[in-house]
Design a protein around this ligand. Structure first.
Ligand code: CAA
Length: 258
């Protein structure tokens, strides 16, 4: 499918999705969010895709929701349309892993989009922030909840109340990103991580993603029970037999996603 606000390249079982609205620093408008939802759903269905990398430009992953598009809307408009609700639900419904590769600004909805992915790799020039307070609003795509879970209350509260940005080093120190890499290496590193995931048995990959995400949705007791049942269920797969046999026979496993 051809998109106007993003590009999709598929190679070696990895889909690289690049947000592409350079004139607005990849600000998230309705068209971009709709196309992103379509591209992710298509990647989820495509047997040639096992992992997804979502990125922007060197200057901006995304500078937030599109302020020009939002500025004139009323409460009735955004409430009736449930602004950003359906869009973000489509993104988080993706079952294949999504790595956010963040270079430059990830602000407001851009930071929230990165946090809605499964993990974030960032370039050393990355800047994260929730500056909605400067616009007379607050985060609306999960930022008050997800940032707080990532970095704790004190830092999240400061960022939401003052609008200050966090640089890459602070983001890594705080647990917001898994790793910082030099800007020129961001995409190769993200693709390498994605290819590593693509080599695994995909039933276990999907189960691991579901189980880790449970940690954000439920109590410790329920989450551990969910994990235990998923772990046990994986013994019904051929990949479990193959993975353990390969280890014992000192060879590489040949997973078949069964
Ligand atoms: N929406 C719409 N357009 C945006 C935008 C946004 N969020 N961010 C940047 N742009 C546009 C600018 O208007 C500008 O376009 P024009 O040349 O047509 O004026 C173009 O992108 C380049 O931006 P700047 O000239 O401002 O670039 P800069 O390098 O001087 O500054 C920046 C970069 C610090 C990121 C600055 O653009 C900025 O502060 N952007 C807004 C950040 C923000 O407030 N994000 C939160 C949005 S609200 C939100 O996201 C709500 C939510 O949670 C759901």
């Amino acid at each position: 499918m051809a998109y106007q606000t993003l590009t999709v390249e598929i190679d070696d079982y990895v889909a690289l999705i690049r947000l592409n609205r350079p004139e607005a620093l990849n600000a998230l408008n309705a068209q971009l969010l709709g196309e992103l939802g379509d591209a992710l759903a298509e990647a989820d269905r495509n047997e040639k895709v096992r992992c997804i990398v979502l990125t922007g430009s060197e200057k901006a992953f995304a500078a937030g929701a599109d302020i020009k598009e939002m500025a004139g809307k009323s409460f009735v408009d955004v409430y009736t349309d449930d602004l950003f609700g359906a869009e973000i639900d489509r993104i988080t419904a993706t079952r294949k892993p999504i790595i956010a590769a963040v270079s430059g600004y990830a602000l407001g909805g851009g930071c929230e989009l990165a946090m809605a992915c499964d993990f974030i790799l960032c370039a050393d020039n990355a800047k994260f922030g929730q500056p909605e307070i400067n616009l007379g609003v607050i985060a609306g795509i999960g930022g008050t909840q997800r940032l707080t879970r990532f970095v704790g209350k004190s830092k999240a509260m400061e960022m939401h109340l003052t609008g200050r940005f966090m640089d890459a080093a602070e983001a890594e120190r705080s647990g917001l990103v898994s790793r910082v890499v030099p800007a020129a290496k961001l995409i190769p590193e993200a693709l390498a991580a994605a290819r590593k995931i693509a080599e695994k048995g995909q039933i276990a990959v999907m189960a691991a993603k579901e189980a880790v995400n449970r940690a954000y949705e439920t109590t410790l007791r329920e989450g551990i029970l969910f994990e235990r049942r998923s772990f046990q269920a994986l013994f019904a797969t051929e990949d479990q037999k193959e993975g353990m046999a390969a280890f014992l026979e000192k060879r590489e496993p040949q997973f078949r996603d069964r």
